[in-house]
Design a protein around this ligand. Sequence first.
Ligand SMILES: C[S@@+](CC[C@H](N)C(=O)[O-])C[C@H]1O[C@@H](n2cnc3c(N)ncnc32)[C@H](O)[C@@H]1O
Length: 281
Amino acid sequence: MRIDDALIWAQFALVNSDSALLDAQVLLAFVLQKETVYLLTWPEEDLAVAQKEQFEALILQRINGVPVAHLTGIREFWSLPLKVNNSTLIPRPDTEVLVEAALNIVAADAKILDLGTGTGAIILALASELPNASCTGIDFSDKAVNLAKENAQQLNIKNVQFKQSNWFENITGQFDLIVSNPPYIDKQDDHLKQGDLRFEPLSALVSEQEGLADIQLIAQQAPQYLAGGGFLLIEHGYKQAVAVSDILHNLHYQQIKTIKDYGGNDRVTVALFNHSKQNEA
Ligand SMILES: C[S@@+](CC[C@H](N)C(=O)[O-])C[C@H]1O[C@@H](n2cnc3c(N)ncnc32)[C@H](O)[C@@H]1O
């Protein structure tokens, strides 16, 4: 089978996917161990029998909903190729908004903490942009911590350390910036039954109190770990901006601001915590 014929077949097979061509291209490039541009450059090239069989098997799994990132084991985030697996969330493009926002407020040599680091996506992006920053990522899941460590090693990013912690439990010291993309989906949310979310662990997705329990806990405890005038940056659901801003306001954070994602939805809220101002209040 030729490359172009394989892609046409796969698009038909993936008729129910709204990203059929892209899925097919990524999976075929993965089988051939090439960049996707190779498929456009050499459409007439024949697949070897083993390659054809591997491609067909992957397309079959994709038809059953398995995320492309789980099939290839890789997802690019902030142009960093990250290993992914079923221990944590597949990094989403919208989370890059949080990275951009962090880079706009943080000093080059800042101390940064990422809570619920998963693959390490956020903190590895920040560490790669800020080689003089001192970065820490924590996750509740040992498997996720190991994955993040592997990613740091593979990308040769040295100014980051990862450890297991239930939010702040194993954290000491103070940070200029605390970032988090915590679980924030309500357990009744129908999105949990759709798309990639079906294959990701609920521990990475779901939080009590209509999705706000972990955000509340992080916002409550963060001031103890924020240096004076330090920032907290939290990703949240697109309908949670007001609730998150209220949580931060009630805890005496200042300069509270919500930032939209690339689809125009409220996605990240940033706030400053000033210990002296809080004492005056
Ligand atoms: C939404 S995922 C975010 C992963 C990654 N930061 C990203 O943006 O792609 C949430 C992460 O929080 C972790 N997590 C959940 N509860 C936690 C807790 N109590 N303490 C620390 N991490 C937790 C999960 O294991 C998961 O990796």
